[in-house]
Design a protein around this ligand. Structure first.
Ligand code: NAP
Length: 475
């Protein structure tokens, strides 16, 4: 007999950006559980009614996100000791009609730090924001013996004061609450070892927002941005180019989700599945039903398409249009590499050299190649490794975007070079040599070649679709 379906849900506002549905539903499927996870947009004044609905409908569990992590507490029947001490709840378990609150953000944050080999004990930490996530992070860091400074906007400085007043004091200096302004930011970052952005600044759609001027970040600092959409926030990019170690919000998201899964189901969470599904969702464009509508002509194109070509050949720009036209998901290999390394590409090159980068690229290609119905924008040098191309060719038609060396040169001079191997765009001879060296690899692995010199990105995508329509593909 089939077990009754259990419902878990996310309550928050906004929730459109959330990866929790994709992460938890894939975990439930992986474990063969008859569970479903839904996201509900709930405004502040509807939270009480929503919680009553959860009780009435017998939902198994909840995640609570912005802006309800604190305000939900009086609506619950019980709190576990940790969430009580932190004063914020992000997970709820329905135990025979009684709603019990937990906090898995704190452990998720610490797990992400540990995975990077960072011990916060005795370190100076600066936390931006004093909301639900900041409360969990500050508590975890204080418990670990770090010195804490919390900065929040002046109008709500009292939130930061309350937060720091509740922290355990294992550090040598008491926690400080300061108004978030340029002077306090500069002063506190002067001696900071770890900076945590626990505000929603930089989160989609406000991706240009960054509260920290680049000049304040030192190479010996660790910058942890809790924002995971986008994975590479402006703060992260600027911190990486200042030489700082960076950690994005994805690992914390995965671990807090895994702990919630274990509370609801009593089973060990399939962490790898959760991470790869979250990554896949982030590798593409944000879900948008209008953008995902497939035009009839392109609908007959099954399988994945891998775009190869030199840096500046338009793989990502054309890939975006192609994904839109074919209803496939755009996956940018370089982004997946950055996520897997927990560092930007310049940072990977600086720390591990090109060899280290290529190793991470091989693992990332393996991960991507197992996906379906994707437009994969490869790196310029992905073709240099046969193992990468063998894997891609198993599930994708490989399309070489051929562009004349002159066009590549002019595009590279008009944009910031992202890979140190080409960091000096003035070095035309080196670029020309690389083009000559790689060209035979592109040709050898291409199933189709489209020369986009003189074509717009839109027309190039159109040509690829035409060529694909007559090409026999792997699935
Ligand atoms: P929250 O309770 O609503 O708190 C948001 C905090 O950010 C408040 O302190 C708010 O300041 C501050 N803030 C928002 N916009 C700001 C801006 N433009 N300038 C300065 N301060 C600003 O939200 P939350 O639950 O703590 O979440 C905060 C962020 O962490 C979100 O981006 C969320 O996605 C992320 N997060 C990630 C994970 C993860 O697993 N990676 C887990 C939890 C949260 P005021 O008090 O002045 O309004």
């Amino acid at each position: 007999m089939k077990t009754m379906q259990q419902i878990c849900a996310l309550l928050g506002n906004p929730v459109e950006h959330s990866l929790s549905p994709v992460m938890h539903n894939s975990a439930f499927r992986d474990k063969g559980l008859n569970y479903t996870y839904l996201a509900f947009k709930v405004s502040r004044n509807q939270l009480k009614t929503a919680i009553e609905g959860v009780r009435a409908l017998g939902f198994k569990g909840l995640n609570i996100t912005i802006p309800h992590k604190v305000s939900v507490i009086p609506m619950l029947d019980e709190l576990d000791p940790l969430s009580q001490r932190i004063g914020a709840v992000n997970t709820v378990l329905n135990i025979n009609g009684k709603l019990k609150g937990y906090n898995t953000d704190a452990a998720g944050f610490m797990r992400a730090l540990e995975d990077k080999g960072i011990d916060p004990s005795g370190k100076n930490t600066v936390i931006l924001g004093a909301g639900g996530a900041a409360m969990a992070v500050a508590y975890a860091l204080a418990e670990a013996g770090a010195a804490i400074t919390v900065l929040n906007r002046l109008a709500r400085l009292n939130e930061a004061v309350r937060l720091t007043g509740n922290l355990p004091s294992r550090a040598s200096s008491p926690a400080r609450a300061l108004a978030l302004n340029p002077e306090n930011l500069a002063g506190s970052l002067e001696t900071a070892d770890i900076l945590v952005n626990a505000t929603s600044a930089g989160m989609h759609p406000n991706i240009e927002e960054n509260l920290v001027p680049q000049g304040l970040i030192r190479p010996d600092m660790t910058v942890f941005d809790l924002v995971y959409n986008p994975l590479q926030t402006r703060l992260m990019s600027e911190a990486a180019s200042s030489g700082a170690r960076t950690i994005n919000g994805l690992e914390m998201l995965v671990w807090q989700g895994a702990l919630a899964f274990e509370l609801w189901t009593g089973l060990a969470a399939p962490v790898g599945v959760m991470r790869s599904q979250a990554l896949k969702a982030l590798g593409g464009e944000p879900e948008n039903p209008v953008r995902r509508r497939v035009p009839s002509g392109a609908a007959a194109l099954p399988g994945s398409i891998a775009l190869i070509g030199f840096m500046g050949s338009g793989k990502t720009t054309v890939g975006k249009i192609l994904a839109e036209k074919t209803g496939k998901r755009l996956v940018e290999l370089d982004k997946v590499v950055e996520i897997n390394a927990g560092a930007s590409i310049p940072e990977i090159f600086a720390r591990k050299g090109e060899t280290g980068f290529r190793e991470i690229e091989i693992d990332s290609v393996k991960e991507i190649a197992s996906g379906r119905n994707q437009v994969i924008s490869c790196g310029g040098g992905t073709v240099l490794n046969k193992i990468n191309m063998d894997r891609l060719k198993e599930s994708a038609v490989v399309c070489y975007l051929e562009v004349s060396p002159e066009v590549i040169m002019s595009r590279m001079q008009s944009q910031d070079a992202v890979k140190p191997v080409l960091a000096d765009p003035a070095d035309r001879e080196e670029v020309a040599r690389l083009i000559r060296f790689r060209e035979p690899f592109y040709r050898a692995y291409a199933d189709i070649v489209v020369n986009s010199t003189g074509l717009s990105a839109e027309d190039t995508a159109g040509q690829i679709i035409e060529r694909l329509a007559t090409h026999a593909r792997p699935d």
